[in-house]
Unconditional design. Sequence first.
Length: 49
Amino acid sequence: MSNNIDSEGHQHIDSDRARAGATPGMTRYILGISLGLVIIVFALIYLLT
C-alpha cells in the first residue's frame, strides 16, 4: 500500500479503498421504488377508509 502523504502530513486514500468496497449506484432506484410503493399504499388506505 502506498502512502499518499501531502505537505501538511495528511494521508489521502481513494474512496473505494477507504470504504473497502465499491458503490454501484443502486440507491436512487431503491429510493424511487420505495417512494412509489409508499404513495400506492397511502392511496389505497385513503380510498378504502
